[in-house]
Design a protein around this ligand. Sequence first.
Ligand code: GTP
Ligand code: MG
Length: 391
Amino acid sequence: MRLVVVGLGQCGSRIADEFARMGKSASRHRGIQIISGIYAVNTDQADLTGLRTIKPDFHHRIIIGGGKTGGHGVGKINEVAAALAKWDGYKVIDAVRSGPRFFETDAFLLAAGAAGGTGSGALPIIIDSLKERFPEKPVYALIVLPFAHEESSEERCVYNTATCLKSAQSVADAVFLADNERFIKKDANLVNHMEKINHEIVKPFFDLLCSGEEQKRRHIGARTLDAGDIMETLDGWSSIGMGKSDLPLIRLPFERTRSFRKKAKETIRGFEALDQAISELSVSCNPRDAGKALYLVSAPAREMNVALVRELGESMKRMAEDAVLRNGDYPRQRGELTITVILSQLRDVSRIRGIYSTVTESAPLLKKRKQEAEERFKEMARISEDIPSLL
Ligand SMILES: Nc1nc2c(ncn2[C@@H]2O[C@H](COP(=O)(O)OP(=O)(O)OP(=O)(O)O)[C@@H](O)[C@H]2O)c(=O)[nH]1
Ligand SMILES: [Mg+2]
């Protein structure tokens, strides 16, 4: 599957930069193309300069609203970013359309942090414009949810997140959620290492995008998972995860026989990887709430067997019993067995429900505080009425 990736705001642009590195790696190590264009968009010029891999020209690093903000950002106000994206969004569409590989693209993926200003406000608007301009191509969002400490210390952060999620969900074909808090729970050392978190967020897309683009016969499995399968699966709230199990690199000659014991070992490794993929999903959710799901098994050809794929399928079906299930095998990896899982069309995500209800509950309070502030301002103006002015 080939994607055009657009990163919005600082978080989104850094994630797009990570996809750019992934695309290079696919082309260098596997000889295949999975990225057909990468762009970073911001209202803040300085943030665009910090990227490492996206081409450093104005076709690939795009400033919106420069005339209005002087290139200094929108200071967390996502409504301003949304207005600027309506005004300047054509710059993104023009850049995407004129990309040399655009005709090969299967879908768009737009990334942003929901809690900031620029990415949060611009994402739904740019999705809407892309859908209007290219109605035949699906547009997916990859939205990063804030850390718990950001959520508890800043009302604006929760408000931005809620408005971004609601608007994006109404226009995108599917929304991948990646919860920053979940990534540091797995590894506390990551809190100051955004780049490592970004790597963890992007990594599960690698085999998924590569498997349908392979040309060499030895890397084509019994059941290939291609762009069509992925597009059929993606719908609404979605979560992605990857798990792996190391394989012995050296095999003793007697191990080559397809003994019962060896087969059992392979199946255990498969379950180990599946278990990890589910527990490391990008947002916490219950597989029972998924309406659609897919899994991709990637391992050296000699480690793959029909029984393993079938047993993993049965296990997935038990976990996500209402989901329409798709699967594929990808004879690729050396020394490890990896499983990529997507749960999509999620009916309930507790994290989103929490954010929505926080904002709904605090809405009357916020309105009251705004009114009180306006009253005090008017009062100040009234008591100064009789004081002579120097102007
Ligand atoms: N995973 C990840 N999260 C990030 C990164 N940078 C910022 N964030 C998160 O994204 C949110 C802030 O969004 P930013 O992308 O910095 O904001 P912006 O879109 O540039 O908007 P403004 O700067 O407010 O105009 C916070 O929740 C951060 O924790 C990053 O590189 N990776
Ligand atoms: Mg910023």
